[in-house]
Design a protein around this ligand. Structure first.
Ligand code: C2O
Ligand code: CU
Length: 567
């Protein structure tokens, strides 16, 4: 067991040097989820949660195509999960709400890094407690590197000209404790540093921005409206740098940006949120709903809403010895999926439970239902290309996130997306009474036991049930894949008669571990795994109606499938 070291950070001066998270790299990673304390203010210390420390966690640096092995030790007093946000991993390694880690237990996911070079992140995902665990401090960056990115002349020296910055707002009570949930999140921090300042060299610098807030949308810009260049969206580099003066970021979204500080040594700039420019009906604007009669508890007195504020002071210092001094003219190839390639279009409609003045306090629904751990909302055939039409019929904006896939934005209200959204993404902010269409392919991983999530990344909304789940099913599995020797299996009666609902399966050699029943369309109807494996099993099929079903027996990673008829 790793010794837990206790640090106390003191924040007494107006501007504090920003904390840059430690890095872990290689192919094995050990993460300890633990309780901590941070001295954010004088007086009482703040109780926090962190990873290998008091708050936040180390940056994991991974190489595309490497096989990584991660151990997550839960030293908290609470059950939680850890999700690799934005990464394309199998459902059992995804760390969603079904993959819980009890206190004093460990979880050991392992996977091949399939993702492009980009900035991903990890955070807890326990149903109804995501906001609590993230707000208390558990979150960290994952930087994936690959050959395409390495071939570009970009700043990539961690903590020197390449900085990960997680921007969060929190609410503290009178005894300096973090309040969750809250709409009075009036304390801004970057990398868990309040009033942060960062020394940047006088050259081209890369910032990897993550909005890790529970609810707040930021409208990123520089003081003096200086131009910067967005080079990456959530899940990869763009095709070319996009020169902008603003970048709107909703909870969960990442943006990689370049700023050219060449010749500016000695100057001070501010990274800001121009929140006064946010349209009403977005958390962070003057009004959280589209009309002034709609109120959100605690929102109006919060001075951050609807006004511009500083996020971080940037002090330009001497350049490094080998500085990047130019903005590249092109980046990587983006192969969006053509609309005509889609197998299906699904429509997801967001609504508020309450009508009128109280609508903003939730709940919010997706297609009129709340999250249910035991309901699979969509069964998606492996390799399907799908268009999801996201229609927001509620009076506030929702950042919609999908696990497993990277999507491309086809359009917003029928019009092409802005250049900053013409890359690979996994979160899209859908403003009130607007719509967007995204296209994606569900490749590589099928699993009919563990589902993937889609949800609003406002953590209050997510915890409140604005979430659903899908499984990716390989319809070819379980049908025609007879790698247990059929001669070793005796099965009777088949067909089953109305008077007898018990199917008997016996073998001299095979020890069965469990079985599944599917209908002919490949939907799973029944699944049992045995506590004690057996050579003879009795399967009660009372719950199935008449028809033809596919039985899949499994043992030691092999399966045997057979059509069973019930008359
Ligand atoms: Cu960042 Cu399902 O979450
Ligand atoms: Cu929402």
């Amino acid at each position: 067991m790793t010794l837990v070291s206790i640090f106390f950070f003191t924040y007494l001066t107006a501007q504090n040097d920003i904390i840059i998270p430690d890095t872990l790299s290689g192919t094995t990673f050990e993460l300890n989820l633990q309780n901590g304390t941070v001295q954010f203010y004088g007086g009482q210390a703040t109780n926090t949660m962190g990873v290998n420390g008091n708050i936040l966690g180390p940056t994991l640096i991974m190489q595309k195509a490497e096989f990584v092995d991660i151990t997550v030790n839960n030293l908290l007093n609470d059950t939680t999960t850890i999700h690799w946000h934005g990464m394309h991993v199998s459902a059992e390694n995804d760390g969603g709400p079904h993959t819980i880690i009890a206190p004093s237990n460990s979880w050991n996911p392992s996977f091949t890094v399939m993702d492009r070079a980009a900035t991903y992140w990890y955070h807890p995902h326990l149903h109804e407690k995501t906001n609590l665990h993230v707000s208390k401090g558990i979150a960290g960056f994952i930087i994936v590197r690959d050959e395409d990115e390495a071939a570009l002349e970009l700043p990539r020296t961690y903590g020197v000209d390449d900085f990960p910055l997680v921007i969060q707002t929190k609410d503290f009570d009178a005894s300096n404790q973090i309040v969750v949930p809250s709409n009075s999140d009036d304390v801004l921090m970057v990398n868990a540093t309040i009033d942060p300042k960062l020394d940047v060299p006088a050259q081209v610098v890369r910032l990897r921005l993550l909005n890790g807030s529970s609810q707040r949308v930021f409208n990123i810009g520089l003081s003096g409206n200086q131009t910067f260049y967005q080079i990456g969206s959530d899940d990869g580099l763009l095709s070319e740098p996009n020169a902008v003066t603003r970048s709107r970021m909703a909870p969960g979204e990442r943006a990689e940006i370049l700023i050219d500080f060449s010749g500016m040594q000695g100057q001070t700039l501010n990274l800001k949120s121009y929140a006064a420019e946010l349209p009403n009906g977005m958390y962070g604007a003057t009004l959280p709903g589209m009309m002034s009669m709609m109120t959100l508890t605690g929102y109006n007195p919060n001075p951050m809403n609807g006004s511009n504020f500083d996020i971080m002071e940037l002090n330009v210092v001497a350049p490094t010895s080998n500085p990047v001094t130019t903005i590249p003219s092109s980046l990587v190839e983006i192969n969006s999926l053509p609309e005509s390639s889609a197998n299906i279009t699904r429509t997801l409609t967001f609504t508020a439970e309450a009508m009128g003045p109280n609508a903003l306090n939730g709940k919010f629904y997706i297609n009129s239902v709340s999250f249910d751990m035991n309901t699979i909302n969509y069964s998606i055939p492996l390799n399907n290309i799908e268009i999801w039409t996201l229609t927001n019929q509620s009076p506030t904006a929702h950042p919609f996130h999908i696990h497993d896939v990277h999507f491309y934005v086809l359009d917003r209200n029928g019009a092409p997306p802005p250049a900053s959204e013409q890359g690979r993404k996994d979160v899209i902010l859908v403003p009130a009474m607007q719509s967007a269409r995204v296209i994606m392919q569900f490749t590589d991983y099928a699993n009919d036991d563990v589902p993937y999530m889609y949800h609003c990344h406002m953590l209050t909304h997510e915890d409140d049930g604005m979430m659903g789940q899908f499984e990716v099913v390989d319809e070819t599995i379980g049908i025609g894949e007879n790698n247990l020797d059929p001669d070793d299996i005796i099965l009777y009666p088949n067909p089953l008669m109305e008077s007898n609902n018990t199917l008997t399966v016996t073998s001299d050699d095979i020890v069965f571990e469990g079985y599944k029943f599917y209908d002919l369309a490949g939907h799973k109807l029944i699944e049992r795994r045995f506590e004690i494996n057996n050579k003879q099993i009795l399967i009660d099929l009372t719950t199935l109606g008449q028809g033809t079903f596919i039985l899949s027996l499994f043992s030691a990673n092999k399966t045997y499938t057979k059509k069973i008829i019930k008359e």
